[in-house]
Design a protein around this ligand. Structure first.
Ligand code: HPA
Length: 288
């Protein structure tokens, strides 16, 4: 067993001393979107600082707790806030949290983020289901010796955003009456926002939204065989598409404004994903 697997299992063993629920679905809550986890049944909240080896988020709007509980009958484990490579965490450290979710037993994952809208039809407060991503961060969490216990050297990414999980998001959106777009997310390193020229370039490359997270996490989760879906909250129009300067306060403010719709959509989606992955074989290498 190599070093990454060993430290993951330290974390998993610790978490299991605190929470007996065995999660099926992992949920990653992005900037300003963390409150969903506060409404879970039988919730056990574990600050990241208590979890062995867990990197800690320094960004406003990212609470920094693992919350394990039950959502509409589905056992879930939520990352209430994430760490990003732009905080100085190496890519492999930035995916520690999602790998821990998989190692805890999650077979499906639903990730959320705040993103800038590039597609001209997008307005702030819209939601976009990720159909795919462009990993333009210059980083990959799988660089280095392969963790054979976690997954293959060259994982397939042709259905990174699982078609069935995406179909369930569309069903959930119809159920709760919240419209949802679908498009490609470009992941950049940040932390500076993009220039207008970069946004024009990203649009021509096929990006519909831009952000600084999610892609590396999905790579790490797919490596481990977890079925992924992801949703962006379009918190602002990308650089150059509105006269206003971009700032993190606007990102958090929009996330707050749409929070009720976001929570309803996420709940309906997670319930369906729970149904999909229940009974499926567990992600690779989950310690018993
Ligand atoms: N660019 C990059 N990341 C973001 C943005 C943006 O416009 N909005 C929220 N996260």
């Amino acid at each position: 067993m190599n070093a990454v697997t060993q430290i993951l299992d330290d974390a998993v063993r610790f978490v299991r001393t605190k929470a007996t629920t065995k999660p099926l679905v992992g949920v990653v809550l992005g900037s300003g979107l963390g409150a969903w986890a506060d409404a879970l049944d039988q919730a056990v909240k574990i600050p990241y600082a208590e979890i062995p080896h867990m990197p800690i988020s320094t960004v406003a709007g990212h609470a920094g707790n693992l919350v394990i509980g039950v959502a509409d009958g589905v056992p879930v484990a939520c990352l209430q806030g994430r760490v990003h490579p732009y905080e100085g965490h190496p890519a492999v450290r930035s995916v520690f949290g999602v790998r821990m979710l998989a190692r805890l037993g999650c077979r499906g994952a639903v990730l959320t983020n705040a993103a800038g809208g590039i597609r001209p039809a997008f307005q702030t407060g819209d939601f976009m289901l990720l159909s795919d991503h462009l990993n333009l961060s210059g980083q990959n969490p799988l660089v280095g010796p392969n963790e054979d216990a976690l997954g293959p050297r060259f994982p397939d990414m042709s259905t990174a955003y699982d078609p069935e999980v995406r179909a369930l998001a569309r069903e959930a959106a119809a159920e709760v009456g919240v419209p949802i777009h679908e498009g490609v997310y470009a992941a950049l390193l940040g932390p500076s926002y993009e220039t207008p020229a970069e946004i024009r370039m990203l649009g021509r490359l096929g990006a519909d939204a831009v952000g600084m997270s999610t892609a590396l996490e999905v790579i790490a989760l797919r490596h481990m065989g977890v079925r992924c879906g992801a949703m962006s909250c379009i918190t602002n129009l990308a650089a150059g598409l509105s006269p206003a300067a971009l700032n993190h306060a606007e990102v958090e403010e929009t996330a707050r404004r749409v929070h009720d719709r976001f929570k309803a959509l996420l709940s309906a989606w997670v319930r369906r994903v729970g149904g999909l992955v229940a009974g499926a074989p567990s992600a690779s290498g989950s310690p018993r």
